[in-house]
Design a protein around this ligand. Structure first.
Ligand SMILES: N[C@@H](CCC(=O)N[C@@H](CS)C(=O)NCC(=O)O)C(=O)O
Length: 234
C-alpha cells in the first residue's frame, strides 16, 4: 500500500492552506504535520531548502517545496483538473495565483504598519488590487473563472480569511462597492475545502499573532477587546 501524502504545515500559513484546499478538492487522503516556525526541527531544516512551509512529502525522504509547484504537482497527478486546458488561460491563472501572493504581502504590510498613516496607505494599496480583481472575476460567478473552482480560488480562500478576522474588530472598507469581489469572497468562505484548510481555532490564533506585533492593528484589536463586556467564567 502506498503511504499517504504528508503536508508539513503551520497553523496560520496561507500558502499551506492552498495545498490543503487542493488536496481536499481532489479528495486526496493526506496527513498533516504542524511545525513551530520559531523552533524548526532538524529534519525540517534538512528537507526545506528555504526553511519555509508548505512541504509536501511524496515518498521516503522525498519532499516538494514551494506552494506553486506543490499545487501544480497535485493538479497534474490527481484527477479533476483545477487549471484550465487552454495554455494562455492557464498562464493567466498562474499570474493571478502570483497576484494573490502579492496581496498576502500587502496584508503583511497592513498588519505591520506602525501608525494610522501607514495602515491607511497599506489599506489603499490593497483596495487598488481588489478593484482590479472586480473587473476580472467572472461576473456570473460563483468562482474566479465561473462555474469551476480553480487554483486561483484555492489561493484566494486564505486571502479572504484574514479579512474575516479583521472585520470582527476593525472597519477597513477595502471591499466597499466591490460587489463581484464580495460575492466571490462569500462563496469561497462557504466552500468545504476552504473551511477545512485551517483548524477551528484559526481566528483566535490569528488574533494572538496580531496582539504580539505591537503595530497599529494590534492597537485596534486591543481597543476592541477592552470595549467588550467581560465574558463570565463558566
Ligand atoms: N513562496 C512560498 C512562501 C511560503 C512562506 O512564506 N511560508 C512561511 C509561512 S506562511 C514560512 O514558512 N516562513 C518561515 C520562515 O520564513 O522562516 C510558497 O509559496 O510556498
Amino acid at each position: 500500500m502506498t503511504k499517504p501524502l504528508t503536508l508539513i504545515s503551520h497553523t496560520l500559513c496561507p500558502y499551506v492552506q492552498r495545498a490543503a484546499i487542493v488536496l481536499a478538492e481532489k479528495n486526496v487522503p493526506f496527513e498533516r504535520i504542524y511545525i513551530d516556525l520559531a523552533d524548526k526541527p532538524d529534519w525540517f531544516q534538512a528537507a526545506s531548502p528555504l526553511g519555509k512551509v508548505p512541504l509536501l512529502k511524496v515518498g521516503e525522504d522525498r519532499f516538494l517545496f514551494e506552494s506553486a509547484p506543490i499545487v501544480e504537482f497535485l493538479d497534474e497527478t490527481e484527477p479533476q483538473k483545477l487549471h484550465p486546458q487552454d495554455p494562455a488561460e492557464r498562464a493567466r491563472h498562474r499570474a493571478y495565483v502570483e497576484f494573490a501572493s502579492q496581496i498576502l504581502n500587502g496584508i503583511g504590510a497592513l498588519y505591520n504598519a506602525r501608525d494610522d498613516t501607514g495602515f491607511q496607505a497599506a489599506s489603499e494599496a490593497l483596495r487598488a488590487k481588489f478593484l482590479h480583481l472586480e473587473a476580472k472575476i467572472d461576473p456570473d460567478g460563483p468562482f474566479f473563472a465561473g462555474a469551476s473552482f480553480s487554483l486561483v480560488d484555492a489561493a484566494f480562500g486564505p486571502v479572504f480569511r484574514y479579512f474575516d478576522v479583521f472585520d470582527d474588530f476593525t472597519r477597513l472598507g477595502i471591499f466597499d462597492g466591490l460587489e463581484h469581489v464580495k460575492r466571490w469572497r462569500r462563496n469561497l468562505s462557504e466552500r468545504a475545502s476552504v473551511i477545512g484548510a485551517v483548524t477551528e481555532d484559526y481566528p483566535e490564533l490569528l488574533r494572538a499573532f496580531l496582539r504580539k506585533r505591537s503595530t497599529w492593528i494590534s492597537h485596534q484589536l486591543d481597543l476592541h477587546e477592552r470595549s467588550q463586556p467581560m465574558v463570565a467564567a463558566q
